[in-house]
Design a protein. Structure first.
Length: 301
């Protein structure tokens, strides 16, 4: 209501100024064709200072009536006797309508540009917040905070994949759905609010995709290190097992191939076999204990 009242005040002031200027020019002997430019400028000013096509058209009609009443013969009458005057007024109406249309379109483009600029700034703010954020839970928390600060709407952002609806916006990463934004507010959202939420979903998708990719790379790195350690352990075990087995095989061969061995030699070789077998038993026991410790079945104190 206040906006309409303000537009009517602008309308009255500009019409009054253009009538004053036209009367002044007429008293100075300026021709009516030039005075008509004053009314055209007045229509353009009204279209610029008011929002909407209606006020521009109303200004065109009022300006035509004023010009006809004051400057078209016969004066102080709305009758038009000269066809040239009729064409002049028709030209004025066409020019005014075109000018109003262009001005209205230009104003709408300005409004759209300002709205897009605001959304772009908000998206830049969210991207800046999520740029150095690590941790999936922290990313989801930052997304919730951003939406609440931007449009004062409560949301629940999670990695749970839900069916898309008017209250559920999917979070999409690289060709896969990573989660969803659930709108907890029961009031209807306007177009601008939905644009911000969907844009936030895209930004969250990029951040989550980056974090999940990093976690997958870390898992691959850990698996490669584990495999490398396992290979090193197997090589070490193979070396440790080969040493006592070699001793056992050598001593047993001497015992089987030498008939002239004395009892002392047999005892010495048997003792070597016993020591090597005991060493081998200890190695196997250590390997079993390491497996139990890794699986959690044995606690090392």
């Amino acid at each position: 209501m206040k906006e309409k009242l303000r537009y009517l005040v602008y309308f009255g002031i500009i019409i009054s100024i253009e009538l004053f200027c036209s009367l002044t020019l007429n008293s100075m002997g300026i021709r009516k064709e030039n005075i008509l430019m004053v009314f055209i400028v007045g229509v353009l000013l009204i279209s610029t200072f008011t929002k909407g096509y209606f006020y521009g058209l109303l200004a065109s009609i009022v300006s035509v009536l004023c010009f006809n009443f004051l400057y078209i013969d016969p004066n102080y009458d709305f009758h038009i006797s000269d066809p040239n005057d009729f064409m002049l007024i028709l030209f004025f109406l066409m020019t005014s309508v075109i000018a109003c249309s262009l001005t209205d379109r230009f104003q709408k483009q300005i409004i759209i540009s300002k709205k897009n600029e605001g959304i772009s700034k908000q998206l830049y703010s969210l991207s800046e917040r999520l740029l150095n954020v690590s941790g999936i839970e922290y990313i989801l928390l930052k997304g919730n905070q951003y939406i609440e600060e931007s449009i004062q709407i409560k949301t629940n952002i999670s990695l749970e994949i839900k069916e898309e609806s008017k209250n559920v916006i999917p979070i999409i990463g690289m060709n896969r759905v990573l989660g969803s934004i659930e709108i907890l507010s029961h009031q209807g959202l306007n177009e601008d609010q939905m644009i911000i939420i969907k844009a936030a979903a895209n930004q969250l998708g990029n951040a989550l995709e980056r974090e999940l990719t990093y976690l997958e790379q870390e898992k691959i790195k850990v698996a490669m290190e584990r495999e490398h350690m396992l290979n090193s352990m197997l090589r070490s075990i193979s070396h440790d097992l080969r040493t006592p087995l070699t001793g056992i095989v050598g001593a047993s061969q001497l015992m089987m191939n030498q008939d002239h061995l004395t009892n002392e030699d047999v005892y010495s070789l048997a003792k070597d076999i016993h020591d090597q077998a005991h060493w081998l038993t200890q190695i196997v026991e250590n390997i079993l204990n390491m497996s139990k410790i890794e699986s959690g079945n044995l606690v090392f104190e």
